[in-house]
Design a protein around this ligand. Structure first.
Ligand SMILES: [Zn+2]
Length: 127
């Protein structure tokens, strides 16, 4: 049985939201080295000395390592969602031929008689 369009839309919405949460998670984890860097800059400006736990280069590296997947996920959410939850294409159960816009219930590739629910008719929707 092919999933209906409403369930696919719901599933895509859930996957898209989950990807958003993952990207937010990456940004939240990246705020820790960013906060360390910020404190270090503020303490140096007011003349104090903030303990340089990681070093500025390592901090920048961590921010980059954590923000890059966050940005990539955020920007490619829609594309990833369409790839992860594709629209179903009705196919012949025997040979895998796409049974779209057929004139009859018979698979043109292998001749299998297909159930009516599986076949998409070849009528033109434009009127
Ligand atoms: Zn077939």
């Amino acid at each position: 049985m092919m999933p209906d369009m409403a369930s696919i839309i719901r599933k895509r919405y859930r996957v898209r939201r989950r990807l958003l949460y993952w990207s937010i998670g990456f940004f939240l984890v990246a705020t820790m080295p960013m906060a360390n860097l910020l404190f270090e800059v503020v303490f140096r400006l007011i003349g104090g000395e903030w303990p340089d736990w990681y070093g500025v280069e390592t901090t920048f590296r961590w921010v980059t390592v954590l923000c890059t997947p966050g940005v990539l996920l955020l920007l490619s959410r829609s594309l990833l969602t369409r790839w992860l939850v594709p629209l179903p294409v009705p196919r012949c159960p025997r040979c895998g031929y796409e049974v779209v816009r057929l004139e009859s219930n018979q698979c043109p590739e292998c001749g299998l008689r297909l159930p009516e629910a599986l076949v998409e008719r070849g009528e033109d929707d434009c009127q």
